[in-house]
Each structure stands twice: as C-alpha cells, then as structure tokens.
Design a binder for this molecule. Structure first.
Ligand code: FAQ
Length: 345
C-alpha cells in the first residue's frame, strides 16, 4: 500500500483516484500521472509514468546513491587516526550511516525497474557520476569537521526539499537520510568549534579546511540554472515534474545565507573577498564560482577521481565472496521453507 492509496487530501475529494495495488492499469489511468502531479500527490512504482521521468529519476537517484558510498572514502581515511576514542566512535557511526543512505537509495532506484548490480557496474565503468565534492582530498583532521559542517550542510539544504519529491520511494528514503545528515552536520560544526577554541595551530588547521572546502561545497548544488548564467541542464523539466522543488541557484543562496553567520560564530574567515551582505535583497552575495574547475573535476581530472574509483572497484571485487555467500544462504533458506511447506501440505 502506498501513500496515495489514502486518496487526495482535499476535503471535497475531487482529486484523482489512484488504482488499488492489484488493480490493472487501463486506458483511463494514462492521465493519472498528470493528475497526481497536479494534486501534488506521489507517483508510486505501480503508476504509469513517462519514460523520460523514469530515466531522470534513475539518473539522479543512482548518482545520489553512488555519492553516498563514494563519500565514505574521504572520511574513512581518518578512522584510524581520529584523535580520541569518542571521535573515532562518532566517525565510524557517520561513515556507516553513509553506507545505509546508499542502500536506501539503491533500493529506491530498484523500484524503477533497474538492477542494483547494473548501477554499480555503471559507476565502476565511469558511465554514471557521483558528486564532484568527493574527489577532493582530506588532508588534515579538520577536514572531517569541514565535511560534516559544509558537505553535509549543503547535502541537507539540497535534500530536505527532496522529501517532497513527486516520486514516493525517493521522497520517503530522503526523510530518514535528512534526519541523519542533520546530526552529521552538527557533529562537523562541533568538531570545528572545539578546534577553533584550541591552540593557534588547531585554529589555523580549521581555517585551512574551510579555505579548501568552501568553493567545492558551493559547486555541489550543480551549475547555474537561473538568470543569464544559466547553462541549460535538467532543472526546468525536473521542477515541472516535482522532482526538484527549487533551482540549484536558490538552494546555493540559502546555503550561503545559513553558513556565513555560522563561520562568524566559529571565528573563521570566509575565503571569498567579494562576499558582501546586500541589505536590500537580504542575502549574502558571493564572488564568482570557478565553473571551469567543476567541469574539470566532473570530467575526471580532480585530485582524487582515479583513487576513489580504483578503491571502490577493489572493495567491490574483494567483497564478491560475501555477496555469493549471502545469495547461497538465502537460497538454502528459501529451499528449506519450500520443503517445509511441501511436507505440511
Ligand atoms: N557533481 O541540470 P543539473 C552527500 C551534473 S550526497 C556531479 O543541475 P540535476 C551526502 C548533473 O548530473 C551528495 N555532477 O542536474 C554525504 C548533470 O549531468 P548530465 C550528492 C553534477 O540532476 C555527505 C549536469 O551536471 N547529492 O553529500 C553535480 O538536475 C558527506 C547538469 O546539472 C545528491 O546527489 C555535482 N555536484 O541537478 C555523503 C542529491 N551537479 O545529466 C558522505 C540529489 C550537477 O547533464 C559524506 N541530486 N551535476 O550529464 C540532486 O539534487 C541533483 O542531481 C543535483 C544536480 C542538484 C546534484
């Protein structure tokens, strides 16, 4: 049973009537996709949907899932070097959460009729992307704080609206993901807060991490998609379909407005000489983003692209025996269950 099975929430009950789960789709249902969108209801796996809507979701959800599991690497790099047992336990839990997010997202993608193994294969062959942010190195312990504060902070800003995405399984997966990302963001801020109140060397390390992660974090929101700088892209269509609820530029601006006062609280300086408060618009205006760097990293030429992918492929190959054992175990139990059912009959 899906959310839409409870019917439209307008009191007059004039909204569309989604088919029951086992009801076959018929010609009258062909228009249900538009009706569901119009009433801001959720599209579920059993609903008819345009092929372009389905493939856009597969692209975005797969890219999101790949980002979560590749995103384990930069932080995983610091698990053995965390400065205390408490910090180590927190970091292990966070990296484990990212793996969980990948699992929810691959499951959501599978409801669109794709196979998880095939998606991983496409990641490994380089035909599907993951977020550019994870191709930057984590050089010091402060980078762990900067990832939590800035990368998870940007991820939440982008992902809270996805909890209202028109595709039900993706929207529902994002609710839990966002709760966990919010904890991640706070732990990153707290880590940097502690460093900023430590020795001069620790504060300098925090500043250096902000200097290196600020611009890549702004690029996470994707290329410009409003005004004269807009470069085309998927935003207009994805917003019409209710997949995206805001433009990349809108979300980036919200992130800047949220983060600048937080940097002030930490006592850190933003690495942007053009950053200025605009009292008229009520927003912080930032300097130009180097979209040439974004395209370079997206094209495979970031500091860590090759390393991230090689590590991912190696982990996948090393884990083959675990997957085989899990399949054999499941088959053995399915066999036992069907034999027990047979002898009970
Ligand atoms: N990296 O037209 P748009 C995280 C591509 S999760 C790489 O704007 P769209 C958790 C885009 O695919 C971080 N590629 O595209 C964590 C498109 O390529 P195409 C990931 C990018 O899809 C924290 C082209 O550029 N989050 O951090 C990027 O409508 C800490 C044109 O762009 C998600 O995936 C990029 N940054 O909007 C884990 C959220 N930006 O098809 C571990 C879900 C754009 O032309 C540690 N995804 N591209 O070849 C989304 O919201 C959207 O897909 C956007 C891009 C907003 C990322």
């Amino acid at each position: 049973m899906y959310g839409t099975d409870f019917g439209p929430d307008d009191a007059a009950g004039t909204g569309p009537r989604p088919p029951a789960p086992d009801e076959p789709l018929n010609a009258a249902d062909a228009g249900i996709f538009d009706d569901l969108l119009e009433h801001d209801l959720r599209i579920e796996p059993r609903d008819e949907m345009p092929e372009a809507y389905r493939s856009t979701l597969v692209r975005q959800i797969a890219q999101h899932a790949h980002s979560e599991i590749i995103g384990m690497q930069p932080e995983g790099n610091w698990i053995t070097r965390a400065p205390s047992l408490r910090r180590k336990a927190i970091l292990i839990a966070k990296v484990q959460d990212e793996a969980g997010h990948g699992l929810y997202l691959y499951s959501a993608a599978e409801t669109l009729g794709v196979d998880r193994a095939d998606l991983l294969d496409r990641l490994h062959r380089g035909t599907q992307k993951y977020s550019t942010i994870f191709n930057y190195p984590t050089l010091t312990w402060a980078d762990v704080g900067a990832i939590g504060w800035l990368v998870d902070g940007a991820a939440i800003m982008n992902q809270v609206p996805l909890c209202r995405c028109s595709y039900g399984p993706y929207a529902r997966a994002m609710i839990r993901v966002c709760k966990e990302e919010s904890f991640h963001q706070r732990q990153g801020f707290e880590l940097l807060w502690t460093m900023c109140r430590g020795t001069d060397a620790q504060k300098a390390m925090a500043q250096d991490a902000l200097d290196r992660w600020w611009w890549p974090a702004l690029m996470m929101f994707g290329p410009p998609d409003t005004g004269e700088a807009a470069t085309g892209g998927h935003t207009a269509q994805s917003m019409a379909w209710g997949i995206k609820r805001f433009s990349n530029d809108d979300l980036r601006q919200r992130f800047v407005d949220m983060t600048v006062p937080q940097a002030e609280k930490l006592g850190l300086r933003m690495p942007d000489p053009d950053l200025a408060w605009n009292a008229e618009s009520g927003h912080w205006e930032h300097g130009p983003i180097d979209w040439g760097e974004f395209r370079r990293v997206l094209g495979g030429d970031g500091a860590c692209n090759a390393q991230r992918l090689a590590h991912r492929v190696r982990a996948h190959e090393d884990g083959a025996w675990v997957r085989e054992a899990a399949v054999a175990y499941a088959a053995k139990h399915a066999d036992g269950r069907s034999r027990r059912r047979g002898s009970a009959a």
